[in-house]
Design a binder for this molecule. Structure first.
Ligand code: KG4
Ligand code: ZN
Length: 360
């Protein structure tokens, strides 16, 4: 990373690229001098259908699909924004963490474009993209408490500033999205499991099954979900033994019980973290929920009740900006370019890149 002078005076227009998992995405975002932002285009191509037959993302297939589609999406993002490369002030690209084949595809393409267009390259941490989205959508200022819940990550963080993330707690086993996906798979609900499970739960009775509440009463802010998934499996095995199949009602009731328990587990940990942060900062910060699981309406409602009770404000970006997208990468790139960051063309892709390792 090289530090240039902060570019505080002018608006910055960034092209963003995201290829770290199974969404190929390109977007153009403008950050105005006052810190507000506009989404000028948002192209995204989900590979869900390519991976569905395998019940999960196949890294090799994902990387090949990114190669096939990224050029077209970049062209589409520029044309939707009515811009050419001449109008672009920087190219922001997910450089990790994620599936390394996909990250390499995106990073190489971004490097080529930055070289050809003679504009800065900004290597963006995918998690920071999720973490900063609410600053674009809701214009919030630092510090805030962040619940980052996606397929690969479940963390509670105090976001103190750009590149300043303090991890308060994280999952000790499965990520929340992973728990949704695995539980949905147990019930044969298809892939990706999170949205399918939420849909199934709508007609369910959450009180029919009693599930354990992992980590309740424990010190700290860590999360755990694998015991919950095991409890679901035990109930389902009993149902199968008794009836020979899983009825739609059993699936709906189990999905509702699972979803409600996840909501309670999160609310319990977040409630404790909020009190801690409030004591530390001497003020009530906002709670931001980000990552794919934040698209879940039932969890949003649960966290809304919690924040209302505790006097906090809950901020959740719109669902399509919660799941993986390139708008969040372009925006994080804009914030970093504004702060003076530019990265060299030999920047390395990273499979692992914890938020706590970031600096500015
Ligand atoms: O942030 P994201 O798009 O990709 C990662 O970086 O992981 O998150 C994907 C995860 C998947 O596990 C998916 O099942 C979950 O988010 N997800 C949901 C919902 N929509 C997506 N989980 C629960 N309810 C949803 N509505
Ligand atoms: Zn993500």
């Amino acid at each position: 990373m090289s530090q240039a002078q902060p570019q505080s005076k002018k608006a910055l227009t960034l092209l963003g690229i995201e290829t770290s998992c199974d969404e190929t995405a390109a977007a153009v975002v403008r950050r105005h001098a006052d810190g507000s932002g506009d989404i000028l285009s948002n192209q995204i191509l989900s590979q869900v259908e390519d991976h569905a037959p395998y019940g999960g993302v196949v890294p090799e297939l994902a990387a090949r699909a990114h190669i096939r589609h990224l050029d077209g999406l970049v062209r589409g993002a520029l044309s939707d924004a009515n811009l050419t490369f001449d109008d672009i002030d920087g190219i922001a690209v997910t450089s990790g963490p994620g599936l390394i084949g996909g990250v390499i595809v995106g990073l190489l393409e971004a490097k080529g474009m930055a070289l050809a267009a003679q504009c800065p390259l900004i290597a963006v941490n995918h998690l920071e993209g999720h973490a900063l989205t609410a600053r674009l959508t809701d214009g919030i200022s630092f510090p805030y408490l962040l619940l980052l819940v996606s397929g690969g990550h479940s963390q509670l963080l105090l976001v103190e500033g750009l590149g300043r993330y303090e991890k308060l707690g994280g999952t000790i086993d499965d990520a929340v999205g992973e728990a949704f996906d695995k539980t949905a798979k147990l019930m044969g609900l298809g892939f990706p499991g999170g949205p399918a499970l939420e849909q199934t739960a709508k007609s369910g009775d959450a009180t029919r099954y009693t599930l354990p509440h992992p980590m309740k009463g424990r010190e700290g802010y860590d999360l755990s979900f694998s015991g919950l998934k095991t409890a679901v499996r035990t109930h389902l095995v009993k149902e199968l033994a008794a009836n020979g199949h899983l009825s739609d009602q059993v699936k709906a009731d189990m999905a509702a019980a699972f979803q409600e328990t996840v909501g309670n587990v999160l609310a319990n940990r977040i409630g404790k973290a909020m009190e801690h942060v409030k004591d530390r900062l001497g003020a009530t910060p906002q709670l931001v929920v980000a990552g794919g699981v934040a698209a879940n309406q039932a969890l949003r409602a649960r966290l809304n009740t919690l924040t209302e009770e505790l006097g906090y404000t809950l901020i959740v970006p719109p669902p399509k900006l919660c799941t993986d997208n390139a708008v969040m990468i372009a925006w994080a790139g804009a914030e970093r370019l504004h702060a003076g960051q530019q990265d060299p063309l030999n920047t390395a892709p990273r499979a692992r890149w914890p938020l706590a390792d970031l600096t500015l």
